[in-house]
Design a protein around this ligand. Structure first.
Ligand SMILES: Cc1ncc(C[n+]2csc(CCOP(=O)(O)OP(=O)(O)O)c2C)c(N)n1
Length: 196
């Protein structure tokens, strides 16, 4: 699936996609992916990252292995994913059926000043995922693709990865709790593995 008339507006896209979440756990990449998920409606089942560039997929992989009965989705940016690219190979090696990855690809380091990202050139993260053993990949370029994407990310046997080609946009600030210990405690409590 690859057409690109108008690139995707991330906030509305994520809000629509998360309607299909069910009980999936979400690990967000730093910066904009975190703000998008928080803006769509906060949940203790969202594990936000404020600064761990490259750690969204490793975090989601750990969750998926520790919680095999829960669907786990990492939502992250292209720059963040490129920094943690090797983690895709670990996912391919481990092969968790309950893990999905969504890369919000604006082909820039948006948050730090729109520096050019590698996916603006020849790098194809979906092709990398296929090459390291993901079971399926998808590239989305349409705002209205959220139902198909939701089914792919939340129901297809994993590990699966989707790349959504998104627009470079200026979105209003939407900042969740910042304290990592508080966020982790809230998340673990919601899983029932820690007392409130
Ligand atoms: C190790 C490390 N290097 C650099 C940064 C600074 N930094 C924060 S967000 C960001 C860009 C993230 O780009 P991308 O994941 O594509 O997300 P976008 O902002 O474009 O949505 C960078 C370089 C950081 N937080 N950590």
């Amino acid at each position: 699936m690859t057409v690109a008339p108008n690139k995707i507006a991330r906030r509305a896209f994520i809000a629509e996609l998360l309607r299909h979440r069910g009980e999936a756990l979400i690990a967000t990449g730093l910066g904009s992916a975190t703000w998008d998920c928080f803006a769509a409606g906060d949940s203790p089942e969202f594990l936000y990252s404020w600064g761990g560039m490259g750690l969204a997929v490793p975090t989601a992989l750990g969750l998926a292995l520790a919680q095999p009965d829960r669907r786990v989705l990492a939502i992250t940016g292209d720059g963040e994913m490129m920094m943690g690219l090797g983690s895709l190979a670990v996912v391919g090696d481990q092969g968790p059926k309950n893990l999905a990855v969504l890369v919000l690809d604006n082909e820039t380091f948006g948050e730090t000043g729109r520096q050019r990202g590698l996916t603006a050139g020849r790098v194809d993260i979906a092709a990398v995922a296929m090459a390291v053993g993901f079971s399926d990949v998808m590239t989305v370029t349409e705002q209205g693709a959220t139902a198909a994407l939701g089914h792919f990310l939340f129901a297809r046997p994993g590990p699966v990865l989707a790349v959504a080609k998104i627009a470079i946009t200026e979105d209003p600030w939407a900042l969740p709790e910042k304290d990592g210990a508080t966020l982790a405690h809230r998340f673990r409590t919601s899983l029932g593995v820690e007392k409130a």
